[in-house]
Design a binder for this molecule. Structure first.
Ligand code: MRU
Length: 349
C-alpha cells in the first residue's frame, strides 16, 4: 500500500483520498494551513489518519516559527494546534494527537528552540509508527474472530487509508487473510461520500482480498439470506459507556446485525477511546455540506436544486448492539472498556 501520510523532504505528503480511486495523486503540504484544509476537505480522513496528520501538521508549522524564546514560540505553536483542532469535531484521535503534542511542548520549556522543533517532528513520527503497530496488534486479536469461509461486512473505510497503515477493521480482515483464511468481504458503498466504494473496495483489491461492493440498502437483504457471518467496522470515538460514533449508516448495520443474530464488532486503538465523554449522546456529530448528498462527487446533480438536506457525517451505535470492541490489548465487551483503559484519562489533559 502507498503511505496515507508521511514526512518527506520537509513536507507532509498525503495520498489525496478525495481523488481515489480514479487518480492516485499526492498532495505536498508545505505549511500547516494546507494540512488543516486537507483534513477538512477529506483529502486525508479516517480517525487515526487524521490524528497522525495533525501531529505532523503541528511539527511542520513549528519548523517555520521564527520566535527565539520559549514563550513566544509556544504561543505560536498553540495557535497552530487550535487551527488544526477546528478542522473536524467527531474523531477524538485528532484531539488526542494534538493534546499529546501540546504536553510534549510544555515539557520542553527549558530546551533550545531548535531542539524543541526536532523533538516535535520526532514525536509525530513516533505517533505514526505507533499507529501502525496498534493496527497490527488489533489485527492479531481480531483475526481469531474470523473463521475460514466466512463473509465479513464492513462499512466506510477503516483500512490502511484511514490510519498510518494496515487499518483497524480492515487490519483485522487483512490479518485473517494473511493467516490463510479464505474469507470474503462485503463493502457497503457508504453514501454520501462513498468511502466504501471508492476506498475500501480499492484498498482490498490492491491486496487481492476478495471484495464485493453493495449499496448501503442491500445489507439487510444479504443478512436475511445468510450471506454475512460477521460485521466489523471502525470508530471515530468510543464513549466511556461503550457507545461508538462511526460513519453514518453504522448504526443501521448494527441494528440489522442484531435482528439477524450476526456478531457486530468495532475495531479501534486506545487513541479512539474517550473516557471523558460519558455516553454517545455527548459525542459531537459533524454536519457536512448538503452538496455531498445532492451531487455525486460535487458535480453531477442527483436531487432538485434547493432541496432541504440533512447530512450528519456520523451516527452513534449504542453499546448494547456491539458484540465486542477489538483493541490492541484484546477484545472487550463495551461495558468493560472503561476499566481496561482507565489510564487514558490519566494521560489526557
Ligand atoms: O468521514 P471519514 O471518512 O473521516 O469517516 C471515517 C470513519 O467513519 C471510519 O470508519 C473511522 O474513522 C474509523 S477509521 C480506522
Amino acid at each position: 500500500m502507498v503511505p496515507t501520510v508521511e514526512w518527506k523532504d520537509g513536507v507532509v505528503r498525503l495520498l489525496d483520498q478525495s481523488r481515489l480511486p480514479e487518480y492516485v495523486e499526492f498532495l505536498d503540504c508545505r505549511d500547516y494551513q494546507t494540512v488543516a484544509i486537507a483534513i477538512r476537505t477529506l483529502k486525508v480522513r479516517g480517525a487515526p489518519a487524521i490524528g497522525v496528520t495533525a501531529a505532523m501538521g503541528i511539527a511542520l508549522g513549528a519548523q517555520s516559527v521564527a520566535a527565539t524564546d520559549y514563550e513566544s514560540f509556544a504561543k505560536e505553536v498553540l495557535v497552530i494546534c487550535d487551527l488544526l483542532a477546528a478542522t473536524r469535531p467527531t474523531a477524538v484521535n485528532l484531539f488526542w494527537a494534538i493534546e499529546r503534542m501540546k504536553r510534549l511542548l510544555a515539557s520542553l520549556r527549558t530546551q533550545p528552540i531548535a531542539s524543541i522543533k526536532a523533538t516535535l517532528l520526532e514525536e509525530s513520527q513516533v505517533i505514526l509508527e505507533e499507529d501502525i503497530a496498534l493496527c497490527k496488534a488489533m489485527g492479531q486479536h481480531g483475526a481469531k474472530l474470523i473463521a475460514t469461509g466466512q463473509t465479513v461486512l464492513t462499512h466506510c473505510n477503516a483500512g490502511a487509508l484511514a490510519t498510518a497503515g494496515y487499518g483497524t477493521a480492515l487490519g483485522v480482515i487483512r490479518a485473517a487473510w494473511d493467516q490463510g483464511k479464505k474469507i470474503q468481504v462485503i463493502a457497503d458503498e457508504t453514501r454520501p461520500v462513498l468511502q466504501g466504494a471508492r476506498l475500501t473496495a480499492w484498498e482490498l483489491m490492491q491486496d487481492k482480498i476478495p471484495v464485493t461492493l453493495i449499496t448501503d440498502n442491500m445489507a439487510g437483504s444479504l443478512m436475511r439470506q445468510g450471506k454475512i457471518q460477521l460485521c466489523i467496522v471502525g470508530a471515530d470515538r468510543i464513549a466511556a459507556n461503550g457507545d461508538v460514533a462511526n460513519k453514518i449508516g453504522t448504526y443501521s448495520v448494527a441494528v440489522l446485525a442484531k435482528a439477524h443474530g450476526i456478531p457486530f464488532y468495532v475495531a479501534a486503538p486506545y487513541s479512539t477511546i474517550d473516557l471523558k465523554t460519558q455516553t454517545g449522546a455527548d459525542i459531537p456529530i459533524e454536519q457536512r455540506n448538503p452538496s455531498e448528498v445532492t451531487t455525486i462527487h460535487g458535480s453531477h446533480l442527483v436531487a432538485p436544486k434547493g432541496v432541504a438536506v440533512y447530512n450528519p457525517a456520523f451516527d452513534v451505535t449504542p453499546a448494547d448492539l456491539i458484540t465486542g470492541i477489538i483493541t490492541e490489548r484484546g477484545v472487550f465487551k463495551p461495558a468493560d472498556l472503561a476499566g481496561e483503559f482507565q489510564h487514558n484519562v490519566a494521560n489526557a489533559t
